[in-house]
Design a binder for this molecule. Structure first.
Ligand code: NAD
Length: 744
């Protein structure tokens, strides 16, 4: 198998993804051609033979997660799952794990337990003693029922005995038959053995056998997956590495203490394990039952993973879980889709598949905890977070504790607050370089347009606010070649190998390197955004500015903000064609602004007395700024007079809106936003989904709501004085992602 890192996988079409798998040897050509032809993965007449009373074949998405490196072997993980974000999350986590040497796994022999329950026994100890004395005969007999299994290196390996008192006071003895079922999951193998053994068991101990069936608590078949991640790999767009690391440990401790949390924590792990189990035809109900029973093995339901901090500060994680997987038998023989899934994994044994399942579960757990810690549990973590904000802001030692306490008390755990409380001018959050052992960092803002999009391209005013610390870039110098990794956007590119994919973020990095005259040198670039890509929030400009700043800081280039803004504008032109310039302006300067590209004197900061009660929500559907701007241009050229009037009206709205915003006149500003959206709808850049989101926001109490950015997908912004939580809740319940304006 070749490298499982497939650059730009998420940007590819389905056809390109199938070909990428085949070209790299993860899928044979015949299977790829069948997929390309759209052949059903499970024909109806095959389904008819698998279960009873078939009326059709139910569909679920079949996806792939790249980047897995397990025991130094590359894997693509096939995943059948209906829930969005699972594959994106696990792929990003696998990329981080990979950069840290990959996942190590180990396992015990693939032993499944069969249970034979015996009742009608007066003296359980005597019964156990008799069975124990006959154990060699019992094992020999058990193996006679599965002669081929011995030839394959498996077979009945041992017996264990348990006695329990039943509610009526009688004793029951339970014999455990331990069977190495090799590459089969083993349910039928073990059931056959147990049923065959029952008469002999009755004869030996004098009781009556009742149940004879496998146990799904397969704790003789344990799999361990572990990973160690350097601190530097843990930084996210909005949080320090220490914050993320300690948050993950804290979240794990929480799951070990509280069964309510543990259930959700373990569900996240099973998101990965189940999706791979289904894709490879395995019985995921059996795996689920075993995992949850094992999680409660000491009488309390706990986390299946453990995360801890190494003495050198690195983060270590481990998952131990019973996994009885199969690569033969079960539905694999009949289900062609499951055979394809198994082929994609490239595993050669059930043990290897079980270890890949554990690796996937661990990666999924990391992805979930990292996201939770970064976005959801800051409150309980406020002290730690405040310390990292103060440290990042460069608060002097003698005022450190005071500033941390002040930020917590005020509720504003932000760089500006740290600056205010420390009473000294600190390096600004948007420009601060934080060198960590040879790593240079650059941070940039994204933007939300309140009024004026599209008209801005025609030199009219646009009013926009920054989204704080939206993208963080880290760069280290290396000997040669350039790598670019943006796990949250699933972008992984490598200039030194065959992986370099022209287009998008990589071309922007090339342009930046040319502008900064650093081409030919080697760099590892990692980028951590907290805004989605292509959602009208200026992510591409924030990406460019963060990378330029990181280079600037790493190499001491001393580029001014004006120079950074100029280079970022060139990047924007490369990405979007004819940008208005607002995105690079805000990304660089990080200030609310009334902007017009026609003349720099017409661009002015809009200092605000308070952060306005805005809610920004992303539709999850990408819009192309270039295509939207080109579409408006075409319609403008056909109807210049009408469009000129509309742009003039929008210009006036932006200018008046800036004044209303400064005066906190939200009622007036809200109505201007609604009118502006009407104009944007008129120039055909809205979509039915954006209209739906706007209706949700207005119904939940927003005074104004409109699309923001280029449209055609992307995001909305709503002004909601006194109704922020209602509007946020309504949009979240409808499945939309909220993007916070401030980083904490
Ligand atoms: P199976 O019944 O198909 O048996 C596996 C067969 O594969 C055996 O005949 C074995 O001889 C053969 N084989 C070929 N190569 C092998 C190798 N390298 N290693 C081992 N065996 C090899 O499959 P199974 O694994 O015994 O049973 C799995 C099925 O049982 C699943 O579909 C599951 O849903 C179902 N099941 C589960 C439960 C439960 O979990 N509680 C109960 C009953 C049935």
């Amino acid at each position: 198998m070749s490298n499982s890192r497939i650059a730009g996988l998420y940007r590819m079409s389905i056809v390109e993804r199938i070909n990428a798998l085949a070209d790299r040897g993860f899928l044979d050509r015949d299977a790829a051609n069948a997929l390309l032809d759209g052949a059903p993965l499970l024909p109806r007449n095959t389904a008819e033979k698998m279960i009873e009373n078939v009326i059709g074949v139910f569909g679920l998405p079949f996806g792939i997660a790249p980047n897995f490196l397990v025991n130094d072997k590359d894997y693509i993980v096939p995943m059948v799952v209906e829930e969005p974000s699972i594959i994106a999350g696990v792929s990003g986590a696998a990329a981080i794990f990979r950069d840290n040497g990959g996942i190590a796994t180990s396992s015990t022999d693939p032993v499944l337990i069969g249970q034979i329950q015996i009742v009608g026994i007066r003296d359980p100890d005597k019964a156990v003693q008799s069975l124990y004395s006959a154990q060699d005969d019992l094992l020999t007999l058990a193996n006679k029922f599965q002669p081929r299994l011995m030839e394959r290196g498996g077979g009945a390996r041992g017996l264990e005995f348990y006695k329990y008192r039943l509610p009526d006071g009688d004793w029951t003895v339970v014999l455990h038959l331990l069977v190495d079922t090799r590459d089969a999951m083993g349910a039928n193998i073990v059931n056959t053995m147990c049923e065959g053994l029952a008469p002999k068991v009755e004869e030996v101990c004098g009781g009556n056998v009742v149940l004879r069936i496998l146990s799904n608590l397969a704790d003789k078949s344990l799999v361990k997956a572990s990973v160690t991640i350097t601190l530097a790999s843990l930084i996210t767009g909005s949080h320090s590495a220490e914050f993320v690391r300690d948050g993950i440990v804290l979240a794990n401790d929480f799951a070990n203490t509280d069964p309510y949390r543990a259930a959700t924590h373990n569900k996240g792990i099973m998101n990965g394990i189940d999706a791979l189990a289904i894709a490879t035809g395995n019985d995921w109900r059996a795996i689920e039952a075993g995992a949850h029973a094992f999680a409660a093995k000491d009488g309390k339901y706990r986390s299946l993973t453990s995360w801890s901090v190494e003495p050198n500060g690195d983060l270590t994680g481990e998952l131990v879980v019973p996994l009885k997987a199969g690569t033969v038998g079960g539905s694999l023989a009949s289900n062609p889709g499951a055979r394809m899934g198994l082929a994609i994994t490239g595993v050669t044994s059930a043990t290897e598949l079980a270890e890949l399942m554990a690796a996937t579960g661990l990666a999924q757990n990391f992805a979930a905890l990292r996201a939770l810690v970064s976005h959801g549990i800051q409150k309980g973590h406020m002290s730690l977070h405040a310390r990292s904000v103060a440290a990042a802001a460069g608060v002097p030692e003698d005022r450190f504790d005071q500033v941390v306490a002040g930020m917590i008390e005020s509720g504003d755990v932000k760089t500006w607050k740290a600056e205010e409380l420390s009473g000294v001018a600190l390096p600004g959050a948007t420009t601060a370089a934080q060198p960590v052992e040879g790593i240079a960092t650059g941070v940039a803002c994204a933007k939300v347009i309140i009024l004026g999009e599209h008209a801005a391209v025609y030199d009219r005013h646009v009013l926009a606010l920054p989204i704080e610390s939206a993208v963080t870039a880290q760069i280290v110098e290396r000997e040669k070649g350039v790598t670019l990794s943006i796990p949250d956007w699933d972008i992984h590119d490598d200039w030194s190998g065959p992986e370099r994919v022209p287009g998008g973020a990589s071309d922007v990095v090339d342009l930046i390197m040319r502008e900064l005259r650093v081409t030919g040198r080697g760099f590892d670039i990692r980028v951590y955004p907290r805004v989605p890509l292509g959602m009208g929030l200026g992510s591409s400009a924030a990406f460019a500015v963060a990378v330029i700043r990181a280079f600037n800081n790493l190499l001491g280039l001393e580029k001014s903000d004006l120079e950074i803004d100029r280079i970022a504008f060139r990047c924007e032109s490369l990405t979007h064609g004819t940008p208005s310039g607002i995105d690079n302006n805000i990304a660089t300067f990080g200030e609310p602004v009334l902007y017009s590209k026609g003349s720099s004197t017409r661009t002015r900061p809009v200092p605000l007395p308070q952060i306005p009660p805005l809610v920004v929500a992303s539709s999850g559907t990408r819009g192309s700024t270039g295509d939207m701007v080109a579409g408006v241009r075409e319609r403008f050229s056909k109807n210049e007079a009408l469009y000129t009037t509309i742009f003039d009206e929008i210009d006036e709205l932006s200018i008046a809106g800036a004044k209303a915003l400064q005066e906190s006149d939200y009622e007036y500003l809200g109505s201007m936003m609604n009118v502006c959206h009407g104009f944007l709808n008129a120039i055909e850049v809205s979509t039915p989904e954006l209209e739906k989101m706007i209706q949700i926001a207005r119904s939940a109490g927003a005074l104004g709501a409109k699309l923001t950015g280029a449209g055609g997908g992307g995001s909305i912004v709503a002004l909601c004085p006194g109704k922020v939580s209602e509007v946020t809740g309504a949009l979240e319940r409808a499945g939309y992602e909220i993007v916070r304006l401030n980083a904490s």
